[in-house]
Write a protein that binds this ligand. Structure first.
Ligand code: UP5
Ligand code: MG
Length: 235
C-alpha cells in the first residue's frame, strides 16, 4: 500500500521548504513548553506544582500513552506496552496524535484566566519530544514550541527516586532492568533533542537534584521572567 501523502496534503520536504504544513495551532496564541529530563528527574512533580500558579494544562506524553494502552479497543495497546517496558520510544505518529487531540480537547473547553481568553492557551508538554523526529514533527505540524524546561540530575539520583517510587507506583517500567534501558534511551536518543534546542537558545536548565521546594522556587522564578519578557499574563 502506498502510505505517502497525496499532493496538497501538506507533506514536508527538505528539498521544498514551501511545502511545509501549517501547524494545527497558532503559536502566537497557544504556548507550548516542553518539559524534558531523564527518567525520574522530577518532570511530573514540578509540572504538577506550577499548573495552578501559571494557568497551565499539564500533558504528560507518558500518561497519555499509558491511558491509550489501557483503553479498550485501542489498536496500539500491545505496541505501547512493549515500548514502555523496554524503555524505547513509541512511534511518533501515535504520540503526536494523542498530544494534538488532548490539546484540541482542552482548547475546546472553558478555562478561567487571561491565559485562556480568546482562543489562547498554554501547555506543559511533559516527557516529549524524546526523539528528534518527534520534535520536528510537533513543531511543524502541531504547534511551534516556545522553549524547553530541562530538569537535570544524575542517574544515581534518578535510580534511587524511581526504585523508591516503584514500591507503590505500579508502573511496569519502575524496575532496575527497565530503568537501565530508559537511561540508555535517554542518553542516546533524547539528549540530542535537548542539544538541538540548546543550540537554538531555547533551553532553560534547572538542577533537579535539590529538594522539590527548592526546584519549584527556581522554576517559578524562571517562568515569571519568561512571561514578563514576552508581555504575557502570569495566569
Ligand atoms: N521526586 C521528584 N522530584 C524530587 C526531588 N526534587 N527530590 C526528591 N524526590 C523527588 O518523580 C519521580 C519520583 O521522584 C517520584 O516518586 C517523586 O516523588 C520523586 P517524577 O516527577 O515522577 O519524575 P519524572 O521525571 O516525571 O519521571 P518519569 O518516570 O515519569 O519519567 P519518564 O520520562 O521515564 O517517564 P514517562 O512517563 O515520560 O515515559 C515513560 C515511557 O513512555 C518512556 O520510557 C517511553 O517508553 C514512553 N514514551 C514514548 O515512547 N514517547 C514519549 O513521547 C513519551 C514517553
Ligand atoms: Mg513523569
Amino acid at each position: 500500500m502506498n502510505k505517502e501523502k497525496k499532493a496538497g496534503e501538506g507533506s514536508t520536504s527538505p528539498t521544498n521548504p514551501t511545502a511545509a504544513e501549517t501547524p494545527a495551532f497558532d503559536a502566537t496564541k497557544v504556548m507550548v513548553i516542553f518539559v524534558l529530563g531523564g527518567p525520574g528527574a522530577g518532570k511530573g512533580t514540578q509540572c504538577g506544582r506550577i499548573v495552578e500558579d501559571f494557568g497551565f494544562v499539564h500533558l504528560s506524553a507518558g500518561d497519555l500513552l499509558r491511558e491509550e494502552q489501557d483503553r479498550e479497543g485501542s489498536q496500539f495497546g500491545a505496541l505501547i506496552h512493549e515500548h514502555i517496558r523496554n524503555g524505547t520510544i513509541v512511534p511518533m505518529e501515535v504520540t503526536v496524535k494523542l498530544l494534538e487531540n488532548a490539546m484540541r480537547a482542552e482548547l475546546d473547553k472553558t478555562h478561567s484566566g487571561a491565559a485562556w481568553e480568546n482562543g489562547h492557551g498554554r501547555f506543559l508538554v511533559d516527557g516529549f519530544p524524546r526523539k528528534m523526529d518527534q520534535a520536528i514533527k510537533f513543531d511543524e505540524t502541531v504547534c511551534m514550541s516556545s522553549f524547553v524546561l530541562f530538569f537535570d540530575t544524575t542517574e544515581e539520583v534518578m535510580l534511587a527516586r524511581l526504585l523508591e517510587r516503584g514500591k507503590t507506583s505500579g508502573r511496569e517500567d519502575d524496575n532496575v532492568e527497565s530503568i537501565k534501558k530508559r537511561f540508555r534511551t535517554f542518553v542516546e536518543t533524547s539528549m540530542p533533542v535537548v542539544d538541538k534546542y540548546s543550540a537554538e537558545g531555547k533551553v532553560i536548565k534547572i538542577d533537579s537534584t535539590r529538594p522539590v521546594e527548592v526546584v519549584h522556587a527556581d522554576v517559578s522564578k524562571v517562568l515569571k521572567e519568561e512571561f514578563a519578557k514576552r508581555g504575557l499574563p502570569e495566569k
